[in-house]
Design a protein around this ligand. Sequence first.
Ligand code: SAH
Ligand code: SF4
Ligand code: F3S
Length: 447
Amino acid sequence: MPEPETPQTTAAKKLFVKTYGCQMNVYDSERMAEAMGAEGYVTTDVVEDADMVLLNTCHIREKASEKLYSDLGRLRALKADRPGLKVGVAGCVAQAEGAEILRRSPVVDLVVGPQSYHRLPQMVAAGGRQVDTEFPVEDKFSVLPERKVTRGPAAFLTVQEGCDKFCAFCVVPYTRGAEVSRPVARLLDEARGLVAQGVREITLLGQNVNAYHGAGPTGAMGLAALLREMAKIDGLARLRYTTSHPNDMEDDLIAAHGDLPQLSPYLHLPVQSGSDRILKAMNRKHTAEAYLRLIERIRAVRPDILVSSDFIVGFPGETDRDFQDTMDLIRTVGFGAAFSFKYSARPGTPAAERAPVAVEIADARLQELQALIATQQRAVQEAMVGREVTVIYEKSGRLPGQMVGKSDHLHAVHVQDPEGQIGQLVRVRVSASASNSLAANLLSRIP
Ligand code: SAH
Ligand code: SF4
Ligand code: F3S
């Protein structure tokens, strides 16, 4: 049903944001909502109520970027009912396709890239159909308004953006640009601001987060030094970082996993393949052996660390032997979680020019790999039963008196705790392992 007409002078305009893709897009969506908030927009979860719809897109695989066009199809009908509706496309498809989106979709008013979204309010104010996919000289973070809207006790904080690695399959170096690290002082300010609003857990984000090298008071600082500074913030109980590249796992970062109590025993370290031949063709610049040795060194300082990874199957030229090498690597490491994908050829990347693996073969390999990972994931989860863990409550559960939070190992944990408050830290003992979560009993509250 259409909304009753309300005078524009009193009613706030409503913004609906849909986020696809990685955690950095989640962070960017929040920042865009804040930028539009300063212009009088409030966010809504009901797309039919929106005065502006922003689609924050992902270009990583073909399926991800196609979602944009199916959503735009649906918005065309909505715009017919709400002629004043503004439609903006942000994120990595915006960067990759730019003005092509305006040509292809008459419903779109604005196209804005990941490095220029601080200009969104100006673009909206100027009216008309516009595209901005520049990599501007000004730092978007210094233009954006201060963060005010935080949803719950866990927050993301982008510390590094872009990538100079140019893996042969990947669009990120093209959509996000060259690697840039934000200065330490600004990040500490942003983190303190978040903690002042009740945030207890911060995940430092970057496409190559462990390549972080931001300006500090006495020169460039790496990720380990930044984590150590963050750990001094009173009230900040838990720190994480993602996503890392194996070649940037420096000694001091490994050491931090052994001696920084706030740092989660969880490491997402994508390997992509276990075959040296394929790793070389992917331009990953590391071998399977180097990855295994790295995991050994990290486990030596933090034996209970949960290791997670990304895998691509069916990369051009992948033989059955190569795939078996990947399965062997998985068996050797024992992953607690993983994301796995069928290779998707992306226009403009070097691998897109190479002969593809037959789709049935890639499908079968993906299934086989996912079955092995699922077994390992279950085993890691089941090994938590009986253990004492710390949980930060994030929301109430579906059952009365139930709270749901994340453990240090990032498992979802259900706790019966009628007095539980969102944001509270508790010690619990894990009592059971379900398919995607743990159940636990409350032991004590941590102030
Ligand atoms: N910066 C991170 C991840 C970026 S994208 C890293 O370096 O690991 C997230 C994951 O998507 C990648 O790790 C990879 O496994 C997958 N991916 C990227 N491009 C892909 C493609 N063309 N086809 C299939 N999967 C892809
Ligand atoms: Fe893409 Fe490779 Fe850079 Fe990761 S390291 S973002 S996979 S190019
Ligand atoms: Fe997707 Fe861009 Fe993130 S391509 S994965 S939204 S960096």
